[in-house]
Design a protein around this ligand. Sequence first.
Ligand code: SF4
Ligand code: SF4
Length: 263
Amino acid sequence: MEEFVPDLIPHLPKSGGDGMEVLLTSDLKRELLTSLYSAYDETATHYVRACRAGCHDCCTRNVLCTTLEADLMVHYLETANRPDLIERVMDTLHERMHRPSITLNELAAYCLRRQEPPEPETVLPTAACPLLEDGICPVYDVRPFACRCLWSEEPCAVHGEARMNPTLVSLNGVFEQMIEHMDAGGLYGNLLDLLSLPAFRESKDAYGSSHPLQPTSHLLETKPNPGFLVPPLHRPTVIAALNRLRDREICGLSFREVLRQIR
Ligand code: SF4
Ligand code: SF4
């Protein structure tokens, strides 16, 4: 695969010209993410999908995401007055779960340099996501992108895994890299570790307001996008989706303009 960087990721000097990341307010970050989710759903809805309410084999403890996505979920749970769900998540933290050693943008950077990335974990635990209630996701509207983009053409029970359209797989990778890029000053790791972060529990809007979050042994610093890896055959679909995203309006600014302020 060749490097492919569409116009949406700006190459202009970063805001302020000093190379420093700009941390947006929590509200603006949530608007940005919600807009990206809507843009993704509008594209993905044209693909065949067997996923149905109550089908939950894919709901495991191995979901990886960013603080940006976890923040939206925590905000939703606060509004819905469901602190019990966060407590349920915290009760599972001692159990084994998939924790990444590199982020998606770091993985893309390895590939673009034609270097071997670190070996990923091959045997993953399969226990169910502790958020599930009677087989239904109680945070479905704000579920992280890794859950949102599982768009299987046949029920996973048939083959033991999701069967995804290859073009959609490329699009998913691009959108996941975008989300990590957008979460400047944030962290990447297992959803359950992120949901139980003290930054969310102790101070309502601490995330995204002033200081970057501190990485830990299993929560990694998010990285800027080094370029996308998209096969030529999939590029028209990816470019069309990114162009639609670029022009979306967020708080009076275009998505592209807000993105330019981030890194
Ligand atoms: S990804 Fe698979 S298990 Fe999950 S909802 Fe879709 S078909 Fe069901
Ligand atoms: S967050 Fe929701 S969709 Fe994602 S794994 Fe958990 S229950 Fe399933």
